[in-house]
Design a protein around this ligand. Sequence first.
Ligand SMILES: [Zn+2]
Length: 435
Amino acid sequence: MGQHRSASASKLLGLDGFEILAAQVVGGEWQLEVQTTATAVGCQGCGVRAELHGRRRVQVRDLPIGGRPVVLAWRKRLWRCQEPACEVRTWTEQTAAIRPRAVLTQRARAEGCRRVGKDAHAVAAVARDLGVGWATIMRAVADHGRPLVDDAARLEGVATLGLDETTFLKATRVAPTRYVTGLVDLEGGRLLDVVADRTRAAVHSWLDARPPAWLAQVGTVALDPWRGYASALVAPLGHARVVVDHFHAVRLANTVVDQVRRRTQQATLGHRGRKRDPLYRIRKLLLTAAEQLTQQGRVRLRAGLAAGDPTGEVAAAWQGKELLRAVYAAVGMPAARAALDRFYRWCDAVGVPELSRLAGTVRAWEAEVLAFHATDGCSNGSTEAVNLLIKKVKRVGHGFRNFANYRLRLLLHCGVRWQTHQTARLRGRYPRLVA
Ligand SMILES: [Zn+2]
C-alpha cells in the first residue's frame, strides 16, 4: 500500500473510528500512519463547530498483523473553538481505543491479559511479542483481569466446596515456605478463590464475606483432614456435610509410605535415598495404586522390598495405604465400615509408628471419611479436578513473589470463564467464508 488512504486496509486494521493513511514495513514491523474518522466535531463547551488547530504524532503498539509487530503512528488532531466568547480554547481528540499516554492500544492490552490469564503464558513472553515492557503487560493484566475476577457472578452456583492447601512459595534461605488455601467448586471444577495462609482464620474470613444464600446452597464440603479447616466451617457452613475425600486420604497415606521408606533407607544404608538404592528405585511404584501396577511393576516392587526392607515396615505401610484405599473403593456403607475395621486392625497389629499416627488421624475423622459414601457429589471425578487445578496452580505460580499478582493469575487461569471468538472451520461441510 502506498501513501494514499485505503478503505480495505482500514477495515483490515479493524480499529473502530480509525483509518489508515499510510503503511510501510520498517525493520520487519508495520508502521501504520492512522487518524480518526472524526473530521467534524463540536466544542464541548458551546457546541460550535471546532476548527483544526494542528496535529500531534502519538505512537502506540497494537496487535500484530500477519505475524508482524505493529506500530500505530496516530496523527492526533488538536481542535480549537471558533467562538470568541467560549472559555474552551483548544483540546486534543480522545478515543476509547487508545488511552492518553498509553503504550498499547486497549485491544492489545486486553489480548495481553487474555494470553497471560487464560493461556497462562509468561508475562515476559507476551511483552516480547507485543514489543513492550514487562510492567506494561502486568498493568494490562491487572486492569483487564480484575473486573473479571471481582465479578460476583463468578462465584454463583456452588453445591460442593473443596478446600485444599498448596505451596505458594518454596522456602528460601531467608524465608519459610508460604502456603495458600484454594477454594474449589468441585462440581464445576473451577477455582473460586485463593486465600493467603492455611489457617482457620483465613478460610473463615472468606466464608464470612459470602451472603447467607450462597452458604445455604453449599451441601457438601470436602477437605484435607490435617488442617483446622473443619472448625472454620462449623459456624457458616454448619448445615453442610463434611467429607474427607478420596484424594486427600490417599495423599495422606502416600505421605506415610514415603516417610517409612525414607526412615528405612536411612537406617539400613546410613544415607538418604540414591539412584541405585533398592527402595529409592521403587519409590513411585510404592505410591501407585495396587490395581494399576503392571505384572512387571509388581515383580519390581517385590524385588525392591526384598532387597531394601529387612524389617518389613515399608511393606506394612504399603499394605496400610492399600487398606485405606479399600475403604474408599468399597461399595456401600456396611462394606466401607468393614474395610475401615480391617485398616485399623492392620495398623494396630504391625506397630509401625507412622502408620499408627495415620490410624489415629483416620479415627479422629472417621465420620467424615465414611461420609464419602453418603455423597454422590464427592466422587473421584471431582477430586481429580481438584488435583488438576493444583497442578495448574503450581505451574502458573512458579517464581511469584507477590500474593495479589499470584491470586489474580490463578483466578484468571482456572476461575474465570473467558468469552472468546469461536473460529469457523475454513474447510468443512459448511464453509462460512463468503466472498
Ligand atoms: Zn466553544
